[in-house]
Design a protein around this ligand. Sequence first.
Ligand SMILES: [Zn+2]
Length: 670
Amino acid sequence: MTKPFTRILFGGDYNPEQWPREVWDEDIRLFKMAGINSATINVFSWAKLQPDENTYDFSQLDEIVALLGRAGIDIVLATSTGAMPAWLAKKYPEVTRVDFEGRRHLYGGRHNHCPNSLVFQKYAGRLVEQLARRYGGNPHIVCWHISNEYNTGCYCENCAKAFRVWLKKKYGTLEAVNDAWNTSFWGHTFYDWDEIVPPSILSEGMDFGGLRKTNFAGMSIDYDRFLSDSLLENFKMERDIIRRYDPDTPVTTNLMGTYKGPDYFKWAKEMDIVSWDNYPAYNTPWSYTAMCHDLMRGLKGKPFMLMEQTPSQQNWQPYNSLKKPGQMRAQSLQTVAHGADTVQFFQLRRSKGGCEKFHGAVISHSGSSETRVFREVARLGKELAGLGGSLLGAESPAEAGVLFDWDNYWALEYASGPSADLTYCDQIHRYYRCFYNRHIPVDMVPVDGDLSRYKVIAAPVLYMVKEGVAEALARFVRQGGVLITGFMSGIVDESDNVHLGGYPGPLRELCGVWAEEIDALAPGQQNTLRFGDWTEAGCALLCDILHPEGAETVAQYGADFYAGTPAVTRHAFGKGTVYYVGTQPDEAGLAKILDMAVQDAGARPAIADETALEVTRRVKDGKEFLFILNFTGAEQPVPESLRGETDRLTGEKLPEIFPPFGAALVVREA
Ligand SMILES: [Zn+2]
């Protein structure tokens, strides 16, 4: 058990090494004005700390740590290994990565190392050892932050060798590998381990207009697992060094929500606390951002850190809108509502050069505190400080779960067919959004999670059903749970080979349906769903042609040669129920189906009122914290049941009308 935080960390990335010394005192003055109580430092300082192979220089970092400590600012200390120094790449070119296109990179960028380079591991380990020995146990350091946004894919010769070792450990024999990857397809049987090479574009990889596909999904999925594990080994190496010198301070690395790279459920088991960087685009639905927060909370089933968000503008998206007045505050509170115990920005002072010079910061290029952004940050800092530690560690109880699984994510998107428009996170979000719109709290649950905690579980596009998963779902339903699944579920095993005997394979008996064929609808093509109550909804993308095997029909198709056949079914199984949704209904259609499922399950919302506001609940010590947020873009009346309550943030009565980005927090007995 590592030391918990004693206050809501409010601050962010701070890079004083990019600025002359005289700017630092001004920074501290402005931080105080803005209520900033923490700084994440040393994220990209390797070159500064180690000018050559044999020299280390911590004098400047000593000064920065001391300065922040004197000012009472908590430090999140990064290890700097997210970007290596130029001399390392020059002397040892094999530390740079080889990309999916098979190109060996020169020095440049960040996250630019081969995770299986022994040279990288040696020099990164040495640096971290120096840092841990020097700063481990420093009372101002409240968290260690390893590397940064791990995302390196590498297809080099080092990685090829390490992949073969990984495969030998997993499969034991080459026969087992051939069998798992079904290499008799196209005559790709391997007779020697050395014949196996990384599935880059030069090998089994394919590029379908920017989408990564593969000739052998079993191999490519294993390579993704291997890359995730390789990077995780880098993380664990640094963590273990830090632990030798500092066993009590929590260790994290900043994750990226629904990023497709590493298997974050596996990673979270090795992290003391999850942290992540939240960068929605101007048109990202608020429900999607909420889903990302719930996913990050779900990784450990515990509160998390918001390591980065921009105070206003981003720079790396095609269109970098300003956050409108009140938006940053509402967005920060949404993060806390869904389980964050920190609110941190990238970054505190805006860089003067480099590709992030247009990325927003608390202190703008003007250097002034008289800016809209600075004032909004200062207001939020004051409000969060007012909460003290009252909210820290608060739980987020949920009766609904949505399954999320990186193996499924990779596998579904590697599949060639039946539709190029089928993407994993979009399908997951469609189901999440229905719960969100009904204020029903959701946990994002791994496929090997404890399902018995939930009344209703949505498992859309559960394409890959690994060993034990079908049995766990059946147990959940038999004991009274309500399961919703549907098209492209139960199709393949963990090596991406089809479960023979008819879709949805191992889920067929549970769902009480057989999906004989899957039709793909092109963009603009539609079918209709006809429900038993004579209402209709649209549907698109994919249409399973279903034969009920014990399930009753909830809705039929309205058109095509399968008009009048079941599209959505409901199956009583044990004490529970399974809904099978054989197509992609429009938003209203899916909401109607989910309403039936929620009613069957008896899952309760955070608030019973009909309201377009987001209402999210955390619970601690017999108190409930209700966050009320307006992301609708229009004025919204206060929910009836909250009328007359006091806003804990402002100390005033809740307004009758919430303006766009209006936000409030009600604390009351649970
Ligand atoms: Zn490599």
